[in-house]
Design a protein around this ligand. Structure first.
Ligand SMILES: [Zn+2]
Length: 102
Protein backbone atom coordinates (compact mmCIF):
# COMPACT_ATOMS: atom_id res chain seq x y z
CA UNK A 1 0.00 0.00 0.00
CA UNK A 2 1.22 3.48 -0.95
CA UNK A 3 4.36 1.90 -2.36
CA UNK A 4 5.81 1.06 1.04
CA UNK A 5 8.29 -1.79 0.52
CA UNK A 6 7.21 -5.05 2.21
CA UNK A 7 10.16 -5.09 4.57
CA UNK A 8 9.39 -1.57 5.80
CA UNK A 9 5.72 -1.93 6.67
CA UNK A 10 6.66 -2.12 10.37
CA UNK A 11 8.59 1.14 10.32
CA UNK A 12 6.65 3.33 7.92
CA UNK A 13 3.15 4.18 9.01
CA UNK A 14 0.48 6.16 7.26
CA UNK A 15 -2.06 7.41 9.76
CA UNK A 16 -5.39 8.25 8.29
CA UNK A 17 -7.94 9.48 10.80
CA UNK A 18 -11.15 11.07 9.65
CA UNK A 19 -11.22 14.80 10.25
CA UNK A 20 -7.46 14.90 10.90
CA UNK A 21 -4.43 15.57 8.75
CA UNK A 22 -2.75 12.46 7.36
CA UNK A 23 0.58 11.72 8.99
CA UNK A 24 3.39 9.72 7.47
CA UNK A 25 5.58 8.43 10.25
CA UNK A 26 8.91 6.70 10.20
CA UNK A 27 10.39 4.73 13.07
CA UNK A 28 14.04 5.47 13.70
CA UNK A 29 16.19 2.98 15.54
CA UNK A 30 19.28 3.89 17.53
CA UNK A 31 21.50 1.36 19.18
CA UNK A 32 22.92 1.52 22.64
CA UNK A 33 25.22 -1.45 22.60
CA UNK A 34 22.91 -4.28 21.64
CA UNK A 35 19.76 -2.54 22.73
CA UNK A 36 17.65 -0.86 20.12
CA UNK A 37 15.81 2.31 20.99
CA UNK A 38 13.18 3.36 18.57
CA UNK A 39 11.22 6.52 18.20
CA UNK A 40 8.64 7.62 15.72
CA UNK A 41 9.16 10.77 13.72
CA UNK A 42 6.59 12.54 11.60
CA UNK A 43 8.04 12.73 8.12
CA UNK A 44 5.14 14.47 6.42
CA UNK A 45 1.76 15.89 7.16
CA UNK A 46 -0.83 15.95 4.41
CA UNK A 47 -4.18 17.63 4.41
CA UNK A 48 -7.22 15.54 5.15
CA UNK A 49 -8.59 13.86 2.07
CA UNK A 50 -5.24 13.68 0.25
CA UNK A 51 -5.34 11.02 -2.42
CA UNK A 52 -3.53 7.73 -2.35
CA UNK A 53 -1.33 9.17 -5.09
CA UNK A 54 -0.33 12.14 -2.90
CA UNK A 55 0.63 9.75 -0.12
CA UNK A 56 2.58 7.52 -2.51
CA UNK A 57 4.57 10.55 -3.69
CA UNK A 58 5.53 11.33 -0.08
CA UNK A 59 6.57 7.72 0.53
CA UNK A 60 8.81 7.90 -2.53
CA UNK A 61 10.41 11.05 -1.12
CA UNK A 62 10.89 9.35 2.22
CA UNK A 63 12.67 6.40 0.61
CA UNK A 64 15.17 8.84 -0.90
CA UNK A 65 15.77 10.68 2.35
CA UNK A 66 19.13 9.37 3.50
CA UNK A 67 18.70 10.75 6.99
CA UNK A 68 16.09 8.02 7.50
CA UNK A 69 16.48 5.36 4.87
CA UNK A 70 19.22 3.87 2.73
CA UNK A 71 19.29 1.23 0.06
CA UNK A 72 21.52 -1.76 0.56
CA UNK A 73 23.80 -2.43 -2.42
CA UNK A 74 23.80 -6.14 -1.77
CA UNK A 75 20.15 -7.11 -1.26
CA UNK A 76 18.83 -4.03 -3.06
CA UNK A 77 16.29 -3.39 -0.33
CA UNK A 78 15.56 -0.20 1.52
CA UNK A 79 16.32 -0.17 5.21
CA UNK A 80 16.04 2.42 7.94
CA UNK A 81 19.44 3.69 9.03
CA UNK A 82 19.20 1.75 12.29
CA UNK A 83 19.32 -1.48 10.29
CA UNK A 84 22.29 -0.50 8.19
CA UNK A 85 25.79 -1.78 8.82
CA UNK A 86 27.35 0.99 6.76
CA UNK A 87 26.28 3.50 4.17
CA UNK A 88 25.51 0.88 1.55
CA UNK A 89 25.24 -2.43 3.35
CA UNK A 90 22.49 -3.58 5.69
CA UNK A 91 23.03 -5.55 8.88
CA UNK A 92 21.73 -8.85 7.53
CA UNK A 93 23.99 -8.66 4.46
CA UNK A 94 26.92 -7.78 6.72
CA UNK A 95 26.16 -10.96 8.67
CA UNK A 96 25.57 -13.16 5.64
CA UNK A 97 28.34 -11.93 3.39
CA UNK A 98 31.04 -10.68 5.71
CA UNK A 99 30.44 -12.71 8.84
CA UNK A 100 29.82 -9.65 10.99
CA UNK A 101 28.00 -10.70 14.14
CA UNK A 102 25.27 -8.55 15.55
ZN1 LIG B 1 21.29 -5.99 2.46
Amino acid sequence: MYGIPDNLTDVIAVEVVEGQPIYIKVTEVHWEGHYPHSNETIFAELTEGSSEKDITIQIKKLLKRKTYIRKCEYCNLYHINGWMHGKSCCQSCAENKFGVIY
